[in-house]
Design a protein around this ligand. Sequence first.
Ligand SMILES: Nc1ncnc2c1ncn2[C@@H]1O[C@H](COP(=O)(O)OP(=O)(O)OP(=O)(O)O)[C@@H](O)[C@H]1O
Length: 296
Amino acid sequence: MEGPRIAIAGLTKRFGTVTAVEDVSFAAEPGRVTGFLGPNGAGKSTTLRALLGLVAPTAGSARIGDHAYAELERPAAVVGALLEGAFHPGRTARAHLRTVAPLVDADDARCDDALAMVGMSDAANRRVGGFSMGMRQRLGLATALLGEPTALVLDEPANGLDPAGITWMRGFVRDFAARGGTVLLSSHLLGEVEQTVDDVVVIAQGRIRHASSLAELRRLAHPATTLVSPDADRLARLADDWPGSRLTSPHELVVAHADAAEVGARAFAAGLEVHGLAESGETLEQVFLRLTEEAA
Ligand SMILES: Nc1ncnc2c1ncn2[C@@H]1O[C@H](COP(=O)(O)OP(=O)(O)OP(=O)(O)O)[C@@H](O)[C@H]1O
């Protein structure tokens, strides 16, 4: 599968006097999971809805591959969306999918496949009214999968899921991206998606505050690692060979812009006995908070 590139460019949306998003630009690449992160009211849903043609932009554009959503010939075959949805409580899971199926050219067999893909085959004949939040999220995802899309746009997919549900959802989207699909998902908690996403886009008060790989954000979070060793000679040699590191005492080396894994690996390669290894700086969550709280 080859997912489309999703690109938002200069997107602004005003609802009367409220500016929900202003000049928002970012991309989600195929084969990767992109996390769209920000606090409540930041503009995540508005952006995703604009991408799906549910909100008309005041300015700018949102494209899936080469097209705006409204121009796609068979949209459900390109992008599957999970938005805050309502289900008819009296319908069974299978009946719900069969109601949607004709709209996206899916047959009954595809409905059952979609249920199987989200691990809900056993609940096919149960009524949605009795479903937990987690089961509703799974059914929402099954609905998104009906048209066999190569991109997924998921608004707060972890909402209401218990830890096992979050682990399952994580595995599902990681697998989808590993097979070449494009995944764009939103969350207001970085910690919730930290193990799921490859790239992060941070939005607050309607504006993009940060966009990079998660690895890059981690580097921002851990600006330095301190290494403690009794072997002053080897430590001094390591300091000489490593720009960005400095000895703060004969037994202590501080390395800027490196995490514990990188410093540990270098120490091991240098045959250095390590007595301490500590990252300093902010946690990833603190960096996220700082990015969302900084004035626009
Ligand atoms: N239809 C609308 N009419 C008026 N204001 C709106 C509308 N939709 C969104 N807004 C406003 O736009 C801003 C962004 O809302 P949006 O729902 O996009 O944020 P969000 O990041 O998805 O937040 P949440 O996590 O709470 O859903 C908010 O101030 C919201 O009140």
